[in-house]
Ligand binder design. Structure first.
Ligand SMILES: Nc1ncnc2c1ncn2[C@@H]1O[C@H](COP(=O)(O)OP(=O)(O)O)[C@@H](O)[C@H]1O
Ligand SMILES: [Mg+2]
Length: 157
């Protein structure tokens, strides 16, 4: 698996922008990383690439933030508070199947609700918390292809 080094916050945003450019309606992105790993920062970049101008912040208390001012809707989910299995009421499937992009932080708490295919992005910190390391784990054909497109973009093709 390829690891990308993100040397500062701006690089995390830029990487998010590259991802956002390639996303299609219906796509689901799972962000895997502990508190402060850079999940929300990456989502800001994704939102920018979708043309969203509203300020993106963590939906920790509200669980879902919807952004409708871009070229397609962005559904930003923080599943941390769904740990106790109260995800039934949210109608997650409707988000996944809608015409927007869904980005999920703390998806391990809603594992059984996730669609069959999704793009998983891992974020880790270095020892002194000054950098991040990003990995991409495609689940399903669509996201294997997505990873190729992303690599092409990173390599400037
Ligand atoms: N590549 C990076 N290098 C150093 N710091 C970063 C990087 N990317 C993001 N950060 C910083 O990490 C902190 C936590 O980011 P955040 O996106 O809120 O994490 P999470 O949503 O995973 O809890 C922020 O202060 C942000 O500026
Ligand atoms: Mg966050």
């Amino acid at each position: 698996m390829q690891t990308y080094q993100l040397r500062n916050e701006e690089m995390t945003i830029e990487f998010g922008k590259m991802i956002g450019k390639l996303l299609h309606p219906n796509d689901v992105v799972v962000l895997d990383g502990d508190l402060g790993a850079g999940k929300t920062t990456l989502t800001k970049g994704i939102a920018q690439a979708l043309g969203i101008k509203r300020y993106v912040k963590s939906p920790t208390y509200t669980i879902i933030h919807e952004y409708h001012d871009g070229r397609m809707p962005l559904y930003h989910i923080d599943a941390y508070r769904l740990e106790d299995g109260n995800a039934d009421d949210i109608g997650l499937e409707e988000y996944f199947e809608s015409d927007g992009v869904t980005v999920i932080e703390w998806a391990q708490f809603i594992k059984e609700y996730l669609p069959e295919e999704y793009l998983k992005i891992g974020l880790d910190r270095n020892h002194d918390n000054t950098q991040r390391f990003l990995t991409i784990e495609p689940n399903g054909e669509r996201y294997q292809q997505f990873e190729k497109f992303l690599e092409d973009q990173i390599n400037g093709q």
